[in-house]
Design a protein around this ligand. Structure first.
Ligand SMILES: C[S@@+](CC[C@H](N)C(=O)[O-])C[C@H]1O[C@@H](n2cnc3c(N)ncnc32)[C@H](O)[C@@H]1O
Length: 215
């Protein structure tokens, strides 16, 4: 477990979860939400682009973008437990030279990652209490696009999150899950100069894709 990952992160986002994520990706490809996030960027052109995947896990989204012509990706993760499975996947696809994998918290240390043309945060803001700081740090790193997914703000989803948090409390993990208000997430990015370009809602997940005017 890294110095700064709250207790519970490395268990929840541990080696078993990493191996499961790789297996699922190899068998079924991206989940629908991740696929739409990648499609948003592909529709705008990723040839030669740089990508920053914050909380990218095993790195499936960045792999798809690299295969679509992106030049380089950086994966910044709080949990160190994904590294082995992610490196296996990168080697299998022959793109390990085009990916930097770094560990740390983007909010605590934004300089861990250089600015990139496209910043992704797939299912990440729901793991972090201070959404304004996280979205703000990610937006500050986005030269052209910030594409993020997060849980929809629906009663049933908020109730599910509350139940999960009771369970984490019983386990004495510091980790909590959050349903942040979608409008506030978008506003946090807009305050840093980005403009909402596309919003998509599924049953559980919502996507906000933002772009930088003139970027
Ligand atoms: C639910 S997982 C999602 C992994 C991957 N994006 C996916 O959708 O399969 C959320 C990840 O975000 C990471 N994370 C949360 N806050 C972070 C932060 N401030 N900086 C870097 N990583 C963070 C966690 O370590 C965790 O691995």
């Amino acid at each position: 477990m890294s110095c700064c990952a709250p207790k519970g992160y490395a268990r929840l986002f541990g080696k078993r979860a990493a191996r499961r994520d790789v297996r699922r990706y190899e068998k079924d490809g991206l989940d629908d939400t991740g696929a739409r996030m990648v499609a948003f960027l592909r529709e705008r052109g990723v040839e030669g682009a740089t990508v920053l995947d914050v909380g990218g896990g095993v790195g499936a989204l960045q792999l798809e973008l690299l295969e679509a012509g992106a030049a380089h990706a950086t994966n910044l993760e709080l949990s160190p437990e994904y590294e082995e499975a992610a490196l296996g996947l990168l080697r299998e696809r022959g793109v390990e030279e085009r990916v930097d994998r770094r560990l740390g918290d983007l909010v605590a240390d934004p300089d861990l990652a250089e600015p990139a043309d496209a910043v992704l945060m797939h299912r990440v803001v729901c793991c972090y209490p201070d959404y304004d700081a996280l979205v703000g740090a990610a937006a500050g790193r986005a030269r052209r696009y910030l594409v993020m997914s997060f849980p929809r703000d629906r009663g049933v989803i908020r109730a599910g999150a509350r139940l999960l948090n009771v369970w984490f409390r019983l386990l004495r993990w510091e980790y909590r899950t959050f349903v942040h208000p979608p409008a506030a997430l978008v506003a946090a990015a807009e305050e840093r100069g980005l403009r909402l370009a596309e919003e998509t809602r599924g049953g559980l997940w919502q996507i906000a894709a933002l772009e930088r005017p003139g970027g």
